[in-house]
Design a protein around this ligand. Sequence first.
Ligand SMILES: O=C(O)CCC(=O)C(=O)O
Ligand SMILES: [Fe+2]
Length: 275
Amino acid sequence: MRVSPFENCGAVVSDFQLATMTDIELTELRSAFTEHGLLFFRDQQLPPEEHLRFARRFGTIVVNKFFKTTEEHPEIAEVRKEKTQQTNIGSGWHTDHSYDYEPALGSILVARTLPATGGNTHFANLAAAYDALPETLKKRIENLRAVHSNTHLYGENGLYRMTDLADQLGGMDRVGDATHPVVIRHPQSGRKVLYVNPGHTIQFEGWEFAESRELLDELYGHVSQPQFTCSFNWQPGSVTFWDNRCTWHMADNDYQGQMRLMHRITLAGTALAAA
Ligand SMILES: O=C(O)CCC(=O)C(=O)O
Ligand SMILES: [Fe+2]
């Protein structure tokens, strides 16, 4: 197995097949995942059964409350955009499941059907972004907590419900919020990480909405700078495994009229402690 850092975040793992991973390779993979928080794999042979087997060897699967799953495998979420659909899933920066009390450890995304061009996924490194914050900003956010929600997306009048993705979504009654520290100590790496994201973070606990918005936008502007982000171009056989505690991601929607289908398995995480 070879682990090569990828642009500004993550690493490419080569000379390796997820489906035939040995126990020694699993140990190596765990340390690469802790170090980089985002791993890219090419040329994988990973049918749904092997996707599930890899996920179970790495952790415990947690099922997304809103996405449709494949018919055969209720633990695999479909990230699907039909030819005729305009809206895609995850087109803005976000972190999966940050609205849960115990946010998901990570997500394993496998390319199934790709458009001829476009459909890249962007990632951001929230540990590096935290380290590079000005000291004054680090002080301002030191003891804050933030509210994370999904109601504005998946609730009755949620944004996704107003789009042509609505038919693909369930769980309207499963919406809910959670609060987390704004600066967390990463459970595995021990690094300090900025834990807010544009998709789900609503406001700082105990703050006015407008006041929260202003500081959140300042933090988001900092994170989305090119030195903390990268873009991944999917090919048949590509797999990405990201850590939801220290990355953001967003999916380009630049392939109208073409289909794109990804399979996602999400792994259970733990409650997050302040740094
Ligand atoms: O389709 C993608 O590239 C990513 C979509 C997304 O946000 C996810 O799978 O969690
Ligand atoms: Fe996502």
